[in-house]
Write a protein that binds this ligand. Structure first.
Ligand code: HEC
Length: 110
């Protein structure tokens, strides 16, 4: 498990290094402009993630809104956890719900 987290951190680090447009300031997309899936993702995010990533910003967890971590790694991270962040099983969050959370997170930064 420890080895896997180190592996993931290395991938994330590499991804951050190669992204040239890391956003410092971001505009939150209005809820009314979000698709139904993105809105459902928002509800799921508030249920499962908001306690540590309040509104996608930093709390106990790292900020997500300004991250350059790609969608597939966010999915991997939800399933496997990272450091203090717990892993979520399919009973807790289904694959479909994970997709919606990722859609929501990607939509936030538009
Ligand atoms: C119990 C607290 C907690 C919960 C709940 C939680 N996280 Fe995290 N999250 C963390 C912590 C702590 C980190 C930093 C991990 C580290 O580097 O050790 C993190 C990091 C992340 C990152 C990486 C950000 C970056 O730039 O490296 C993403 C993406 C993320 N979380 C998404 C989520 C999503 C999506 C959910 C809901 C399904 C969630 N987290 C729920 C604590 C949490």
């Amino acid at each position: 498990m420890g080895g896997r987290s180190v592996f993931l951190s290395v991938i994330i680090f590499v991804c951050m290094g190669c992204s040239s447009s890391k956003k410092e300031a971001y505009t939150v997309k209005p809820l009314a402009d979000m698709t139904e899936e993105e809105q459902e993702g928002k509800v799921l995010f508030h249920k499962h993630c908001n306690s540590c990533h309040p509104n996608g910003t930093a709390g106990l967890g790292a900020p997500i809104v300004t991250t350059s971590v790609p969608g597939f790694l966010i999915q991997f991270q939800i399933r496997n956890g990272l450091g203090t962040m717990p892993a979520f099983s399919e009973e807790e969050i289904s694959d479909e719900e994970v997709d919606k959370i990722v859609d929501y997170l990607k939509a936030l930064i538009k």
